[in-house]
Write a protein that binds this ligand. Structure first.
Ligand SMILES: *Cc1c(COP(=O)(O)O)cnc(C)c1O
Length: 377
C-alpha cells in the first residue's frame, strides 16, 4: 500500500528545459527573459498594473508594508486565522497587527467587523483569501475608501481565483501571491507583488532593487544608477523564474485538475455532511475558487485528532493549520484584538485539510474510503 502524502509538488516536465535555456543564455541574476515573461503573464492574467516577482509571498508582504510607509504604532487590520507572514511583515516595521474575526462560511475576514476595529492609527486592511476563496472585496474596498486606508490583499493561496470576475490580488491597492511548493503554481520558494495603484509602481521597483533606481536606469529613464530610498533585495534569479515559467504555461490545466479533485471530494462527502458528521467548504456565488485546498470541519478537537491518527494508520497524511495568531506568543506580543474572535476560536481546532495534489486522482477513492470508515466507526 503506497503512502498518500498531504502534498506532492507537481512538475510540468518543462522546468529543466527552461532552466537549461536560462543557463545557456548566461543571465542568472534577476529580471532577465524568464522574469519578463512571468511578469507579462501575471499582468495579463490578473489585470494588475505591475507584477514583480519576489523570493516569496512573505517578501512581497514586506515590500507592501514598506510601500504603506508604516510608522511604529500604526495599526493594520487582518484576520487572526492566517499564516504568520500576514502579520510578521507589518510587525517588522513596528506596526501593530489588529486581529478581527472571520466569517463562519468562508473563514475569511468578516467584513462587517472591520469598521469597529478602526482607530486613528489604522493605516491598512489585509484581507487573506483563505483556500483561494475570495474575501468580500466590495465591502472591504468601500470601508477602506471611507477611512482612507490602504488595502493589501494576501492572495498567497489565490493564484487563478477570482472575485466577481476579477483576479484576487488585483483588487486592493497592493496584492501578494505565493509560488511556494505547497501552493498551486510553484517555484519551490517564490512569490509576487501586484502593484495595482499606479502611483506606487516607481517606489515598488526601487524597494525591490535595494533602494536604487536600477529599473529606471535600465529603461533609459535616468542616466545614473544610485541609492534613492530604503529597500532590500527581493528579486529572484532567472533559474527560479525559468522554473516558474514552465508552471505558468500550465496554470489553467493545473487549476482544472485541482478543481476536479476538489469537486470529487465535495460530492463524496455530501452524505457525511447531511449525516452531521462534518461540514464541507462553502464558496459564495461571486467567488470562482482555484481548489487550493479541500478542508472539512469536524465536531471537535478530539474527533479531529482521532481522524488524523486513523488516516495515518492507513498511510494517509491529513494536516491542520493555524494556531490563531492572536493566541500565539508573538501575536500576543506584537498584536492586539480588534474585537472578540468567537468564530476563529471555535473553528481553529476543528479544521482538517485533506491531501490535494495532481496525481492524487489514482488514490482519492482510498482517501475517501478510509475517511468514511473512520467517521462512522
Ligand atoms: C503560504 C502563505 C504565505 C507565505 O507564502 P511564502 O511564499 O511561503 O512566503 C502567506 N500568507 C498565506 C495566507 C499563505 O498561505
Amino acid at each position: 500500500m503506497t503512502s498518500i502524502p498531504f502534498n506532492k509538488p507537481y512538475m510540468t516536465g518543462k522546468e529543466l528545459w527552461y532552466i537549461a535555456q536560462a543557463h545557456a543564455r548566461g543571465h542568472l541574476a534577476g529580471d532577465g527573459e524568464f522574469t519578463k515573461r512571468c511578469h507579462a503573464w501575471l499582468e495579463q492574467r490578473t489585470g494588475t498594473g505591475r507584477a514583480l516577482l519576489t523570493h516569496s509571498c512573505t517578501a512581497a508582504l514586506e515590500m507592501a508594508a514598506m510601500l504603506a510607509d508604516l510608522r511604529p504604532g500604526d495599526e493594520v487590520i487582518m484576520p487572526s486565522y492566517t499564516f504568520v507572514s500576514t502579520a510578521n511583515a507589518f510587525a517588522l516595521r513596528g506596526a501593530v497587527p489588529v486581529f478581527v474575526d472571520i466569517r463562519p462560511d468562508t473563514l475569511n475576514i468578516d467584513e462587517t467587523k472591520i469598521e469597529a476595529a478602526i482607530t486613528e492609527r489604522t493605516r491598512a486592511i489585509v484581507p487573506v483569501h483563505y483556500a483561494g476563496v475570495a474575501c468580500e472585496m466590495d465591502a472591504i474596498m468601500s470601508v477602506a475608501r471611507q477611512h482612507e486606508l490602504l488595502v493589501i490583499e494576501d492572495a498567497a493561496q489565490g493564484m487563478m481565483a477570482t472575485y466577481r470576475g476579477r483576479a484576487v490580488g488585483s483588487i486592493g491597492h497592493l496584492g501578494t501571491t505565493s509560488f511556494h511548493e505547497t501552493k498551486n503554481v510553484i517555484s519551490g520558494e517564490g512569490g509576487a507583488l501586484f502593484v495595482n495603484d499606479p502611483s506606487l509602481i516607481p517606489r515598488a521597483e526601487i524597494i525591490r532593487e535595494k533602494g536604487t533606481n536600477r529599473s529606471q536606469f535600465f529603461r533609459g529613464q535616468v542616466d545614473k544608477y544610485t541609492w534613492v530610498d530604503v529597500g532590500s533585495s527581493y528579486l529572484p534569479g532567472e533559474i527560479l523564474a525559468a522554473f516558474l515559467w514552465a508552471q505558468m504555461e500550465e496554470a489553467d490545466a493545473i487549476t482544472q485538475r485541482r478543481l476536479a479533485i476538489w469537486a470529487q471530494y465535495h460530492e463524496w462527502l455530501e452524505t457525511a455532511e447531511s449525516d452531521g458528521r462534518l461540514r464541507r467548504p462553502i464558496v459564495p456565488r461571486e467567488c470562482a475558487h482555484n481548489a487550493h485546498m479541500y478542508y472539512i470541519l469536524l465536531p471537535d478537537l478530539d474527533q479531529r485528532a482521532a481522524l488524523i491518527a486513523e488516516l495515518k494508520a492507513h498511510d494517509i497524511q491529513a494536516v491542520f493549520h493555524y494556531v490563531p495568531l492572536h493566541s500565539s506568543p508573538a501575536g500576543r506580543q506584537f498584536g492586539r484584538l480588534g474585537g472578540p474572535l468567537p468564530v476563529t476560536e471555535a473553528l481553529a481546532d476543528r479544521l482538517l485539510r485533506l491531501p490535494l495534489w495532481l496525481g492524487l486522482e489514482a488514490h482519492q477513492v482510498r482517501v475517501i474510503r478510509e475517511l468514511t470508515a473512520a467517521l462512522t466507526s
